[in-house]
Design a protein around this ligand. Structure first.
Ligand code: IVH
Length: 674
């Protein structure tokens, strides 16, 4: 091949690769399979190896280059990088809108258009493109000057090294956030844990740590992403009359922007948007800490101007903080249903993620060791979504003198039985079994819970009272409770006692799957219980099955099978089951199903929106039929089951051409497989 031929092929390959990058990163809508993309990259690489003179810094192959840096140079921002004012509730949002309204001297019936988008929890950067080429990437620093992190930012695949198309200004500075999506963060920490390396506390810290590597080859391995949300210097300016127009032009040039970007009207529009995003917060692929609003019309932005370090035309409406500092007052051990002994930190109460937190889980002793949490320590408490609050990190520099390491107790704090921690396992357990009141209470709570026997009104408090009054030792005792016993309990009115007995009577009619699940056999969750019920059809067959037979059930492997066998080998367990049946607990028994009937095997299904039944239940039914139920939509998804108010997942499925089912469609899918 001549140099000329090579040059022309190289140009063509680069253009093609850049376009595919845009499809993938900007529109989230890839047009070719990964393997085809890899093939293009390899062809380009091999041509560049043969013709090294044709390599340019903007070539898609040149994301990682050069040797590690000694340090980062300081860069002065041509246009300062400002911060944002905050609002913490709807009243403050209304005040913001009122201030803007008054300053712009608008009439009462004129409402202001705002651009709304999530506030990403990462780091702000300024990217400078000259003649369409990325020449500089700098961190925000103190707003006036930051650090030159160009070599690192070049490794982020969603940052174009060269702008696409035409019409971009000769000088274009865009601003945006570098962040680490949650899935990438989890994978990175998982890898670190396996390698016995330090893990990151949250995606923000991981993004910051990754961007501040002196060796870009390390940054290149980190799952970083980028979205644009603003502008620095532009020449010739402007590129649109409104912020939204200008941002949309960036997308045409290959720069990624938020998929959630929307123009909303007035304070009420802002508040509605906030609520919608807040409801979907846990489903988003990245951490956010609020919503940012900007007055859309640029002429209005200009007349509003700035106050000290923040523009008057923008505001961040923040979610309640999800991390807070507090002190560890004590570390205690709790005993769970399966005897797992869990260390728990008792904290000085602190407001985090919208609630007051005074306990945080420490998971297990390995975790305590790793974090080295001690009584008296100042710690970061983290609460994400509905997850149990946890101690994220210890501020060792604030540790008081004379603290000591936490030790695993040798005896169960509740019943005094030996605590055992098998070699290589993270979890320590009380060996007391149902002799241990703590395990008994937890087993009963589980038995009564909604997905198990669903005994209405038999909550945690009542279970504790019943066990402490020694009225109930095991689930079968529940059905022998008398009105007199129940109404004799503290704070129990006669009417409530009657209700409890009625609820117990009602719960006796159940299904085999629920009954199995309610027994609390280790590792037998809803899906496994349903699988066992369908596969064997009746309880006697399950009791009689050996490990090999059990493993013919979908979802049951050797470990689960051995837990099931062990459970039924315990005479006291069989006795409880007999007494439950004698007390009238019943279900329809059926015939066993043919083995391996998994019509949905190999199908990947995602559930979204609000559905008329608990998601866990639907998920279990689908799993039993062999389907894989996952959390996010991709090319590999076969069906998206969308309930009411489905959001971004539905949009994504439609874009990717994934088949979307409503609940009728879902029922048909389940029925057709019956
Ligand atoms: S606009 C002059 N939009 O929040 C306005 N900022 O508290 C500049 N941030 O330093 C910022 N997502 O790191 C804007 N959609 C978004 C944002 C966002 C995250 C960060 C950014 C900035 C900080 C200000």
């Amino acid at each position: 091949m001549s140099v000329k031929e090579a040059a022309s092929r190289i140009d063509k390959l680069r253009d093609e690769i850049n376009l595919h990058n845009q499809r993938y990163y900007v529109y989230d809508d890839p047009q070719i399979p990964d393997s085809e993309y890899d093939r293009l990259m390899r062809e380009l690489q091999s041509l560049e190896t043969d013709f090294p003179d044709l390599i340019t810094p903007e070539s898609p192959t040149q994301r990682v280059g050069g040797a590690p840096l000694e340090g980062f140079d300081s860069v002065k921002h041509r246009v300062p990088m400002l911060s944002l004012d905050n609002a913490f509730d709807a009243a403050e949002m209304n005040e913001f809108d009122r201030r803007v309204h008054d300053r712009l001297e608008l009439t009462d019936d004129e409402s202001i258009a705002y651009v709304a988008e999530p506030k990403l929890d990462g780091l702000a950067v300024n990217l400078r493109y000259e003649q369409g080429r990325l020449v500089l990437a700098a961190t925000r620093g103190d707003g006036a000057s930051g650090e030159d992190v160009t070599s690192n930012v070049r490794t982020i695949s969603s940052v174009p090294l060269r702008l696409l198309g035409t019409g971009y200004p000769a000088l274009l500075e865009v601003r945006g956030e570098i962040f680490m999506p949650k899935a990438g963060f989890d994978a990175l920490n998982e890898k670190a844990r396996k390698a016995d390396e330090k893990t990151f506390v949250n995606p923000r810290n991981a993004a910051a740590g990754s961007l501040r590597q002196l060796d870009p080859r390390i940054t290149a391995t980190r799952p970083l992403a980028f979205y644009c949300y603003g502008f620095g210097e532009i020449d010739p300016a402007p590129i649109g009359e409104t912020h939204s127009d200008s941002i949309l032009r960036l997308r045409q040039w290959g720069l990624p922007i938020s998929q959630e970007l929307q123009v909303v009207q007035g304070a009420q529009g802002c508040i509605d948007y906030y609520e919608k995003i807040a409801a979907r917060r846990d489903d988003l692929e990245y951490d956010i800490d609020g919503v940012v609003y900007k007055v859309d019309r640029l002429s209005r932005q200009k007349s509003l101007g700035f106050v000290s370090r923040a523009p008057r035309w923008a505001i961040a409406y923040k979610f309640p903080a999800q991390e807070a500092l507090t002190e560890v007052e004590a570390i205690e051990f709790q005993v769970g249903r399966t005897g797992a002994v869990t260390p728990v930190a008792r904290l000085k109460p602190v407001f985090v993620g919208g609630v007051t937190v005074s306990n945080a889980t420490l998971h297990n002793m390995d975790e305590v060791e790793r974090k080295d949490v001690r009584v008296g320590d100042t710690v970061f408490v983290r609460r994400a979504g509905d997850v149990i609050p946890e101690v994220a990190r210890v501020l060792t520099e604030r540790r008081p003198a004379a603290t000591s390491k936490v030790e695993l107790p040798a005896n169960c704090p509740v019943c005094g039985s030996d605590v055992v921690k098998p070699e290589g396992e993270a979890v320590a357990r009380c060996s007391g079994g149902l002799y241990c009141p703590a395990q008994r209470k937890e087993a009963l709570k589980h038995f009564a819970s909604r997905k198990a026997m669903d005994i209405e009104g038999l909550g945690d408090k009542l279970v504790e009272q019943l066990v402490e009054a020694e009225l109930v030792h095991d689930p079968a005792d529940l059905f022998g409770l008398t009105l007199e016993q129940a109404s004799g309990l503290e704070r129990m009115a006669e009417k409530s006692a009657q209700n409890l007995l009625a609820a117990l009577a009602k719960s006796r009619r159940t299904t085999l799957a629920r009954f199995l699940y309610s027994l609390g056999i280790r590792e037998v969750g809803e899906a496994t219980a349903l699988g066992l019920a369908r596969h064997f059809g009746n309880l006697d067959a399950i009791e009689a099955a050996d490990e090999e037979m059990l493993q013919e059930t979908p979802d049951v492997g050797p470990i689960v099978a051995s837990h099931i066998v062990t459970f039924f080998q315990q005479l006291h367990n069989r006795e409880v089951i007999d007494r439950l049946r004698a007390a009238g607990v019943e279900w329809e028994e059926g015939v066993p199903e043919p083995t391996h009937d998994q019509p949905l095997e190999g199908k990947t299904i995602v559930l979204t929106g609000s559905l008329s039944r608990p998601r866990g239940e639907i998920k279990a039914e689908l799993q039993v039929l062999g389907a894989k139920v996952t959390g996010s939509v991709s090319k590999k998804t076969d069906y998206l089951v969308a309930g009411a108010e489905a959001g971004s997942k539905l949009a994504k499925a439609e874009k990717l051409g994934v088949q979307v089912l409503d609940e009728t469609g879902l029922d048909a899918l389940l029925a057709q497989s019956d």
